[in-house]
Write a protein that binds this ligand. Structure first.
Ligand code: ADP
Length: 458
């Protein structure tokens, strides 16, 4: 059965209440019935003992003493709740009986225990009966049977049963609607969540689920979903920003290439001019190629299929490799590189990611150093971590730009340093690679003093 959540809550609530109510109503009915039997049984016991004292036993006959008086009362009064009395001998023969029995006789049950109460029928009507042995000289001479009609009590019981059943069904159906209504009210926040999330698309990600008044589980769910929506919105905004920055970054060299070529084709030029314009165009193409390569690296770092079984390499070896790759730049800028390995252990690191981190940071140190600048690279151990410090004495970074240098395409004071080429992707790649291997990058920098990048490998 495919019930709605609201109906399911109402149904569960109703089943629980139905069981509790059935038990309570059952107990009420049982208690009333037992009390009724107890009252009748007490009356019967009383009547039986009273009439036991009013009998005479002569030889083999047993009779009532005051039968005449009894018959007179029977004639004069109408008994509302008559008591039927009968005497039988041990063979079950009727010896005497109360006048109200007329031609009827009470049945004797040999199987019943002495003085036990039981239900039986008299002229097809329910009666309650007791049979008490009549003793004389220690011998049972016969039995005194006393009976009372059960009809009025039965009627009360049947009425009570019917009232209980009807009110049980009525209460259950009322309860079902009340609990359905209450369940409906309590799941309003869930409906809000469904409605809001259903009409959220890429274009209206700023919508949020309305928070319930009470700080309960549904409040936590709604605010959890709002936080999730916020994170998705931020991610989408970042993605949009990234796409627009990337297109801008690629469009600029393309338009400059186009402009150069258009100017060049307008009229014949001198050989030197052709050469210089073609060299410029090639450098723009190189810049674009580098940007595209870096974008691909970023896309790869962003996707979930990161390299899991990255091969490892000794950290000092990797640093030496990077330095020799940048040999030409070191020479042309006459940089002095001071590399100190203060660790005495063999430190291995994931090659792909560590290379992306250190290559970008070390090449920046070279790029942003002045000619004849000094670069200090050190490897140390601290609190069980390997620390790599790359310090340069270059142009430095403005204090307020420090938190932004790891953002995509951010370049600090790019116009001030037009001669230094770059696209603002290197440190983003370094940061993402560090995240992939649980390393941390810290940056201290002052303008015209230099920068220190500290990488903490866990
Ligand atoms: P870019 O290609 O511009 O070098 P990066 O992401 O590598 O891009 O660096 C972002 C910005 O951070 C640079 O444009 C530069 O302003 C600044 N920066 C990075 N490293 C250094 C450094 N060692 N010295 C001075 N500025 C730096």
């Amino acid at each position: 059965m495919n019930l709605s959540f609201r109906n399911r809550i109402a149904l569960h609530y109703m089943i629980a209440t139905a069981i509790i109510m059935a038990v309570i109503f059952g107990i009420v009915f049982f208690v009333v019935q037992e009390t009724m039997y107890q009252n009748i049984d007490n009356d019967l016991t009383f009547e039986a003992s009273k009439h036991s004292d009013e009998i005479k036993i002569i030889d083999n006959t047993i009779q009532f003493v005051n039968k005449a008086e009894w018959e007179e009362i029977e004639h004069k009064e109408i008994q509302i709740n008559p008591v039927f009395i009968q005497i039988i001998d041990t063979n079950g023969r009727v010896m005497d009986k109360s006048p109200n029995l007329k031609s009827d006789v009470l049945s004797f049950k040999n199987t019943e225990k002495t003085a036990a109460h039981f239900n039986t029928l008299l002229k097809d009507k329910s009666i309650r009966q007791i049979q008490k042995p009549i003793q004389s000289n220690g011998k049972t001479k016969g039995y005194l049977l006393a009976a009372m009609t059960l009809e009025p009590s039965m009627m009360v019981l049947i009425k009570l049963r019917n009232i209980l059943i009807i009110s049980y069904l009525l209460m259950l159906s009322v309860l079902y609607f009340i609990s359905r209504y209450l369940a409906g009210r309590s799941i309003i926040p869930v409906k809000n969540i469904t409605e809001t999330t259903n009409h959220i698309t890429r274009n209206n990600f700023n919508e949020r689920v309305q928070l319930p008044i009470y700080k309960d589980e549904l409040y936590d769910l709604s605010s959890g979903i709002n936080k999730l929506l916020q994170r998705i919105e931020n991610a989408i905004a970042r993605e949009r920003q990234f796409t627009s920055d990337a297109s801008h970054e690629l469009r600029t060299p393309l338009s400059s290439l186009r402009g150069t070529l258009e100017v060049l084709i307008r009229k014949p030029r001198a050989q030197e001019e052709y050469e210089s314009k073609i060299k410029y165009s090639l450098s723009e193409i190189d810049r674009m190629t580098q940007t595209i390569e870096q974008l691909l690296i970023l896309a790869r770092l962003d996707s979930s299929n990161n390299i899991n079984n990255d091969e490892t390499i000794l950290l000092p070896t990797l640093i030496q490799d990077i330095l020799s790759r940048h040999g030409n730049e070191i020479l042309s800028k006459q940089l002095s590189i001071n590399f100190k390995n203060e660790t005495n252990e063999q430190i291995t690191v994931p090659k792909y990611y560590t290379n992306l981190i250190l290559d970008n940071v070390i090449s920046n140190a070279m790029k942003y150093s002045n000619n004849k600048g000094k670069i200090y690279i050190s490897l140390t151990h601290s609190k069980g971590h390997v620390i790599c410090r790359i310090k340069d004495e270059g142009i430095g970074i403005k204090h307020e730009d420090i938190p932004q240098v790891f953002n995509h395409f951010f370049r600090s004071d790019a116009l001030e340093h037009k001669h230094i080429s770059g696209n603002g992707l290197g440190l983003s790649i370094a940061q993402k690679s560090a995240e992939a291997i649980n390393a941390k990058i810290y940056l201290e920098s002052s303008v015209n003093v230099g920068s220190i990048f500290t990488i903490n490998f866990k």
